[in-house]
Ligand binder design. Sequence first.
Ligand code: HEM
Length: 456
Amino acid sequence: MVTNISVKPLPGPKNLFGLKNIRNISTEGFLKFLSENWQEYGDIFQVQVGPKKLVMVIHPDYVRHVTMTNSDNYLKLESYDGVRKYVVGDGIITSEGELWRRQRRLMAPYYTPRGVQEFSEIMLRDTLAMTERWEQLAADHAQVEMFDEMALVTASIILKAIFSTESNDEILEIKEYVETMIAYASSSMNNPFTLPDWLPTESNKAFWKAHDRVHSYINEVLDNRFAMDESNYPNDLLSKLITSQDAETGERMSRDLLRDEALTNFFAGYETSARTMSHIWYALALNPDVKAKLHQELDRELGNEAPTLDDLKRLPYTLRVVKEALRLYPPAPMYAKDVVDDDVIDGYHIEKGSVMMLLPYFTHRHPDFWPDPLRFDPDRHAPEADKERHAQAYHPFGSGQRICLGNQFSLLETHIMLAILAKRFDPRFVPGYEAAFKFGGLLVIENGLPMILEHR
Ligand code: HEM
């Protein structure tokens, strides 16, 4: 409880029940609304949207407070009910308390920098398969929708990593059904006036069809796995999850939890990586000097053969390009935490029941931490520069104990994809193209990213 009378109320636009904010957000878009309010109110401000008080958190000190110093007060509670109910169930991305702690302990070893190397073969193989398809498209100077291209590869990589799925038809089918589930969960969370999910509306029917198909797919894979001798298990994440045991209790995960964790990994891990790759192509097309430096590194260090894990160590600039795209265009531009109890941040009163919106998109453009913040400059991520910067000035994967479990997976995946694809291809904008970014749970180029494929 906050009793100190010197505590200040948070700044922010004040209006009756937040209706004016809702109107402004829907006419101008959330990105413009937030940018203007950041200019006006500074690095922490409160916005009433309908019944909810949202606290926008931008300064790295405040990010540290919420995700580390006082993280027990900022949990994933009712803000995540939609995604919990409709997509991930008890999966680690929204679980809390003892369940979350146990699952994180069990799963962490598979996602360390060394742990994720086990998946590098899949990443290499799938990217090389894409280059074969692109060879022909580039010979025809064909136009592609870059996000769709990238999503095809990242969905295939993660489904193979989790389930050893080899069938392209199955990969496409599951990807599309999970997309339907995610879209349904996010529209149910954004719209307080949705009809009950059991009514036979078109969108409810489409959701339940997708839900049932995805669940029955995973159940089938689980049935097959349980029918096998463990010594014959394929080396994928599902096998690791099935056989992992809690060190203290010796317990294994229940079948339902295995399904939820498998689905969580797919949910969390494919669109984010696909958006990262799309943003990289966008940034390279806008910044020819960076592109030239990237090409120089790739041409100097790689022959005509596919790169190996060892080769990647000699491609530091390539990885910096990935990191810089994650800075300027973070695929998860905001993430939320529910406030358990009243608190004070830098003298401001944080009210119990409000929702903290952590905003990497804006932290990453803060001029006190990023000189000339709008310039795309991969060398900001040289090791010395990283060391000197405030650790929370960069949080594309979140921060603290709930930092993205898959961050090393996606850095390895995008490093490999960029190295292979940029060595051979140079996608260009279609004439007159201008991107329109839309800010939500994910940062999306709303008008798509059509590009012309060219050989280098
Ligand atoms: C560039 C790609 C990615 C980005 C930007 C990203 C971003 C994030 C963010 C912002 C969070 C939430 C942090 C919080 O709430 O405090 C998160 C959590 C998580 N991510 Fe990622 N992610 C990416 C890729 C992946 C991949 C590839 C996987 C799986 C292979 C994955 C699995 C997870 C999981 C399981 C969590 C929940 C961790 C926990 O709560 O303990 N992510 N991610």
